[in-house]
Design a protein around this ligand. Structure first.
Ligand SMILES: Cc1cc2nc3c(=O)[nH]c(=O)nc-3n(C[C@H](O)[C@H](O)[C@H](O)COP(=O)(O)O)c2cc1C
Ligand code: SF4
Length: 436
């Protein structure tokens, strides 16, 4: 049964996990989070990752705005080893909202100057963060003018709300060209790596699951056909934008019927995701970020929370169970592919205990990095506090209230309404005043 976070000490949270039938990894010693790693020859100063978090605050041409820069400079001053830029669209019609960041050859300098500023600010702490940009096409969740304009890989009876446009193979080839252009722009902007986003219901993960796609080289029953789009895109980027590291944020299970990494009932089945990772490994990928679920269909899977969005049901699953399922799923991949660095997701529900759990996970080699999403909005300086004090400050943590999700769902700029109140508390007040 769902429950809000009320754990006062480590014993209570460990006991709750046991009551739910799970063992929660926990380490009083957080030092495993502070051990550097070398990814493809680049030293990453610690195991703490700012997860990609959309902020809906770009300039009209998709460039970072003053507010975008503020978000990223807060991360830079917080001490994380990796800053994983949010979903940045490769095309105007594949945007999730009118203010999604978008990258192309026209706005390389705006991303480059932000990257320079990030490195300068982090450099004052003696840190050189590894910078990843998440490239995406929003597919089914495209809303370029603020209204849904779904562009899907295939029909899905539980997700389709209207009769969607099914992208043709020619459309997909054009989209692939846009990925390659965006990748070239990202390489020129000084990113260390490009993430081809394949999670949370957007286009690339839909293609991986598109069994019902007819007469297409990018879909059908054979996984080799469904894997073709992402693998071809990687090969083209490696040929046309050489030197930049290519990675992916991959859903290892959508946890809904017709999704990727599920059986016929929509329960996790990692057979195909493991096969895909094997293919990625063969092509040299040594660094990946794993997630599960869809923020639109089963948000409690990808981001376990205390409060659902207004009007949405409270899920049955206990949030701690959601956190542990993500840890266990990631561990299966880390154990199978020890040579790959995997970033684990969905730790923010754990509040001040997240570093203790993340440290235990890394010590046990169940993942290589701990990713923090909402926590990075709320408490970007958590890594610095760990470096200085060896623990997190409970008064600064994310309360998993879903306020940031509520903001972006209503197309407002996204950030923490609780801990970064001056800007985002004000945005929430505006929404409430408008009756949203
Ligand atoms: C407001 C908001 C925006 C997000 N934007 C992205 C995104 O751009 N790309 C992505 O892969 N995940 C995105 N996520 C998911 C987070 O990266 C992360 O996986 C999720 O919040 C769970 O981690 P946490 O428990 O640390 O928050 C977003 C989540 C939220 C709440
Ligand atoms: S608004 Fe702040 S406290 Fe609430 S979920 Fe988002 S980051 Fe966490």
């Amino acid at each position: 049964m769902h429950e809000r976070f009320r754990f006062k000490n480590k014993n209570e949270i460990i006991q709750k996990a046991l009551d739910l039938g799970f063992e929660l990894p926990f380490s009083d010693d957080i030092s495993p989070l502070l051990v550097p790693a070398s990814v493809e020859g680049i030293t990453i100063p610690n195991r703490l990752v700012v997860q990609p978090m959309e902020g809906y605050d770009s300039e009209p041409d998709g460039s970072p705005s003053v507010l975008t820069r503020r978000r990223y400079l807060r991360y830079a001053c917080g001490g994380s080893g990796i800053i994983w830029f949010e979903a940045v669209s490769v095309s105007a019609d594949g945007c999730s909202n009118p203010k999604q960041l978008r990258i192309g050859l026209n706005n390389v300098s705006s991303f480059a100057s932000l990257n320079d500023e990030i490195r300068q600010n982090a450099g004052q702490l003696g840190i050189r963060p590894f910078l990843v940009i998440q490239l995406t096409h929003s597919g089914r969740y495209s809303k370029p003018e603020g209204k849904p304009k779904p562009l899907v890989a295939s029909r899905n009876k539980i997700l389709d709300k209207v009769v969607p446009y099914i992208l043709t193979d020619d459309d997909l080839k054009r989209i692939q060209d846009q990925y390659v252009v965006a990748a070239k722009a990202a390489a020129s902007s000084g990113f260390d790596a490009i993430d081809l986003k394949a999670c949370h219901g957007y286009l690339m993960i839909e293609l991986l699951a598109a069994k019902s796609r007819q007469k297409s080289i990018y879909g059908g029953e054979d996984p080799a056909d469904r894997f073709r789009f992402i693998l071809e895109t990687i090969e083209r980027i490696e040929a046309e934008a050489p030197g930049i590291i290519v990675t992916t944020r991959l859903n290892i299970s959508d946890r809904y019927q017709g999704g990727f990494g599920v059986d016929l009932k929509g329960q996790p089945d990692f057979t195909e995701p493991l096969l895909l990772v094997e293919e990625l490994k063969k092509r040299g990928m040594r660094f990946m970020n794993l997630s599960m679920g869809s923020p639109y269909f089963n948000p409690y899977v990808s981001r376990p929370f205390d409060n659902p969005l207004p009007g949405q049901p409270v899920p049955e699953e206990h949030p701690l169970e959601g956190v542990i399922k993500m840890i266990k799923g990631t561990s299966i991949f880390q154990k199978r592919f020890p040579e790959i660095y995997f970033v684990g997701s969905a730790y923010s529900y754990l509040r001040q205990f997240a570093p203790n759990v993340g440290a235990a996970v890394i010590k046990n080699r169940d993942a290589s990095f701990m990713g923090l999403g909402r926590s990075s909005f709320a408490y970007p300086s958590l890594p610095l506090d760990l470096i200085k004090n060896g623990k997190a400050d409970p008064s600064k943590v994310c309360t998993t209230c879903s306020g940031c999700t509520r903001l972006i769902r209503n197309l407002s700029p996204g950030g923490c309404v609780i801990r970064d109140r001056e800007i985002y508390g004000h945005e929430l007040k505006k929404l409430i005043a408008d009756g949203k």
